[in-house]
Ligand binder design. Sequence first.
Ligand code: ASP
Length: 432
Amino acid sequence: MALEPGDVVEVVKNGVTYRGTVLPRTEEIPDNVLMIKLKNGYNIGIKITPETEIRILEKGEPPKKYSAPIKVEHNPELPTAALVATGGTIASRVDYKTGGVVAEFTAEDFLLSFPEIAELANLKLKQVSNIFSEDMMPDYWVRIAKGVGEMIKNGVDGVVITHGTDTMHYTAAFLSFALQNVPVPVVLVGAQRSSDRPSSDAAINLLNAINVAVNSDLAGTFIVMHETMDDAWTTIHPGTRARKMHTSRRDTFKTVGDKPVGRSLVVTKGGKIVDRKIKIWRHEFEKRGQKGFKIDAKANSNVFLLKSFPGLRKDIFEHILLNHDGVIIEGTGLGHVRQELIPVIAEATESGVFVGITPQPLFGRVHPHVYSTAVKMMEAGAVYLEDMLPETALVKLMWALGHSKDREKVKEIMLTNYAGEITKRSRPDAFW
Ligand code: ASP
């Protein structure tokens, strides 16, 4: 019997038994992966091999659609935005049976829940997945980049990607590298409270993301989220410099080590937009319509991000360095690891592993010439990545190694600034 969403199944793989409800298939999930929701509320993907046993325990009802499909008239006066839904809290509801938050909002549901959107733009909707962003994988980024890139080529005035906030800055970094010379704004947006809660930040964030996507002259990848705890301005962050800095506050995203791009405000009253504004601080991003757009979406995920800390075990360090194509180390201070670990760096780089050093303090840049530790690390082949944020460096290394495994070539890519990930000089006014 064919498996359908809603069926309760028992899956036995490698001696482990999983019980759960089959989730609807989305474009992002490979055909050989079965997604199920476990009783504890977690969604898991199980790779189906010939040895995997699947039994249907109960034929379930397909999950209910909350909303009827809606039709919105095309307004020729308005610009067109692509609204690409990937999941996350912004696309979720409280499941009142379990009390948990579930990601099951479709792109259409956004229009239904926030009708003000129709005043800003015509929308081309695309649902690419319905997952929390902790479940994002580098190959999903590749597919998102290609999907978004095609929509841009087919003609939209801007792109809004709804995404979980946990790993939004990783996806933003990937798109910053993969969508080169993009002619329109690509804006990622999320929410800290699910869309069906009165306290949700989803509406403000979404309306402002669309505002920036279609009404600004920006081009590139950005994150737009609440600027403060109030429902007022939102900040536009550069895609390679944004970071989630608070577990629960609405203004969780901050631009780290540089100035934000600008801000956006959309004021609504009685379900109507009564005012909207955009203020740009960094005019170098105002490149709408730039030429030479290229989709360059490749990722090698055999990369590790390692935090150096007192007591980091040498055998573990060795195992990590020698079993990846590249490793980003969050070095302490100006970019250090314990001296005892330096010969491991030499061994790894000699065998072709790329080892990059980023600043654990997040602000400021790593420096290989101040302390003898760093001098030795550099001599061992470690590459000092200036002021690149550790997560951005991780994503960039996946992207770089997707192009070449040659250490020198990868080094050249890593030290070239593509999208604001390396600044020439650290701005004193960018530290808070
Ligand atoms: N865990 C959620 C996610 O990243 C949180 C959120 O969306 O804010 O998908």
